[in-house]
Design a protein around this ligand. Structure first.
Ligand code: N2P
Length: 361
C-alpha cells in the first residue's frame, strides 16, 4: 500500500526517479560554518545524490556518537588527534584512494602531516587545516590597552584578561586546544600527557574563568561580528568569518585575528568514513567532489579555512590565499606545534580538569 501511494505521489509530482526507494543520499556530519552551502546544492544538482547535513562544534560530540556506533553517517570530519584514536577504536573504515578520480589533487605536504596520525593516510583525507589564535575587536582592544594584541601574555594572564572582561570574552570549549597552549606558555611540552603537567596547565587556566563570559566553540563568530564580545580564543577561519560578517552587515566592527608570538596549535580536520556507513558509494562520490580544485576553493572562500587540495590555491581569493594567518607562511609555520592523541586515562583526566577550569568544580 505504502509503495502504491509512493508511486502515485511520484507520478503526480512528475518526478522521474523510480518510487521504489532508489533515491540516492549521503549523510554528512561536519563542523558548523565549515562549507559553502552552494557546494552542497551543486553536488546534488550534478550527481542526483541528496545531501543530509548535520553539524557539531566539538570533537567530543562527534566521538561520543562514533563510539556509541551506528551513527547513520557516511562522512564525518574528526580532527587528527581524535581521528588517530578513532582508527584504533575501529570505528572508521579505510579509504581506497584508487576510487577517487581527484586523489591526485591531495596536497602532499598536508597529507604528510596527516600520515603522522593515520599511517599511510589510509583512513582519511585532509579537509581543512588551521591555527588556534586570538580574535579581537580592534577598536575596543585599542581603547583598553592602547595597542594591538600580538601575544598570549596579553590574554592568558588573569590581570591581562581582566582588562577585557567588561566588553566580553569567549574561550573555545576545547580542552585539547587550551591545554596545549597552556603547556606551551608554561614552557612544557605542548603535547605532554603527563598528569602533573596537565594539572599545572589546568591551574594556569583556572584563574581566567572569572573574566570569561562563555566557553563555547562556535557562538563566538556571531558574538564578535555583532559587537557582543570583544575578544575570543578561536580558530583562524571562524575568526575571519566573524570579520567578514561584520563587514557584510555594515557594522562598525573591525575584527582582527592573530597567531600569537609564542606560537600556537596547528590542527588538521579530516574527511573519514564510519565503519558502518550506509551509503559508501555516495560517500566516495562526495569526497571526490570536495577534492575538485574549484570546489575546494569555494569552500575556502566561504569559510576562510585553508584546505588540503593543493591545486585549489590558484583559484582562491587573493586576500585569503596570501593571508599568512590562513595559508601559514614558513616563518609562522616555525612557531606552530601539533599534538598527538591522548590515551584513555590522559583523555579522562583532561576532561575532568577542563570541567574544573570551566566551573571551578
Ligand atoms: C569550523 C570549525 C572547524 C575548526 N567552524 C575546528 N575543528
Amino acid at each position: 500500500m505504502k509503495k502504491l501511494l509512493a508511486v502515485l505521489v511520484f507520478s503526480i509530482a512528475g518526478v522521474a526517479i523510480p518510487a521504489s526507494g532508489a533515491e540516492r543520499v549521503v549523510n554528512i556530519f561536519n563542523w558548523s560554518d565549515y562549507i559553502d552551502p552552494g557546494v552542497l546544492e551543486d553536488f546534488t544538482r550534478e550527481t542526483g545524490v541528496k545531501v543530509i547535513y548535520d553539524t557539531y562544534d566539538s570533537n567530543e560530540m562527534l566521538e561520543a556518537r562514533l563510539l556509541a556506533g551506528d551513527t547513520g553517517y557516511d562522512i564525518v570530519v574528526p580532527s587528527a588527534t581524535f581521528l588517530q584514536r578513532q582508527i584504533k577504536a575501529g570505528v572508521l573504515q579505510p579509504i581506497d584512494r584508487r576510487r577517487l578520480a581527484n586523489a591526485a589533487n591531495i596536497w602532499p605536504e598536508i597529507d604528510g602531516k596527516l600520515s603522522r596520525y593515520d599511517p599511510g593516510s589510509a583512513h582519511a583525507i585532509n579537509y581543512m587545516w588551521y591555527t588556534t589564535g586570538i580574535a579581537y575587536n580592534v577598536a575596543k582592544i585599542q581603547q583598553r590597552i592602547g595597542k594591538p594584541i600580538t601575544s598570549w601574555e596579553q590574554v592568558l594572564r588573569p590581570e591581562a584578561l581582566k582588562k577585557f572582561a567588561d566588553c566580553g570574552v569567549y574561550v573555545l570549549d576545547s580542552p585539547e586546544d587550551m591545554f596545549s597552549i597552556a603547556l606551551n606558555m608554561l614552557k612544557l611540552d605542548p603535547n605532554s600527557k603527563n598528569p602533573d603537567d596537565l594539572r599545572r596547565a589546568a591551574d594556569f587556566l583556572a584563574p581566567l574563568r572569572r573574566y570569561v563570559k562563555k566557553f563555547h566553540s562556535s557562538e563566538y563568530i556571531n558574538a564578535l561580528a555583532n559587537g557582543d564580545i570583544c575578544l575570543a580564543i578561536g580558530w583562524a577561519g571562524d575568526s575571519l568569518q566573524a570579520r567578514n560578517r561584520a563587514r557584510e552587515a555594515g557594522a562598525d566592527v573591525d575584527i582582527a585575528y592573530v597567531v600569537p608570538a609564542e606560537g600556537t596549535l596547528m590542527s588538521l580536520d579530516n574527511l573519514a568514513i564510519p565503519k558502518d556507513a550506509p551509503h559508501l558509494n555516495e560517500a566516495y562520490l562526495f569526497i571526490d567532489y570536495l577534492l575538485r580544485p574549484d570546489v575546494a576553493a569555494r569552500n575556502t572562500n566561504a569559510t576562510n579555512f585553508a584546505n588540503g587540495v593543493g591545486p585549489s590555491r590558484a583559484l582562491i581569493d587573493k586576500s585569503i590565499a596570501d593571508d599568512p594567518s590562513i595559508y601559514t607562511n614558513e616563518a609562522t609555520m616555525r612557531r606552530l606545534f601539533t599534538v598527538t592523541a591522548a590515551d584513555q586515562p590522559a583523555q579522562k583526566l583532561m576532561t575532568r580538569l577542563w570541567t574544573m577550569v570551566k566551573t571551578g568544580k
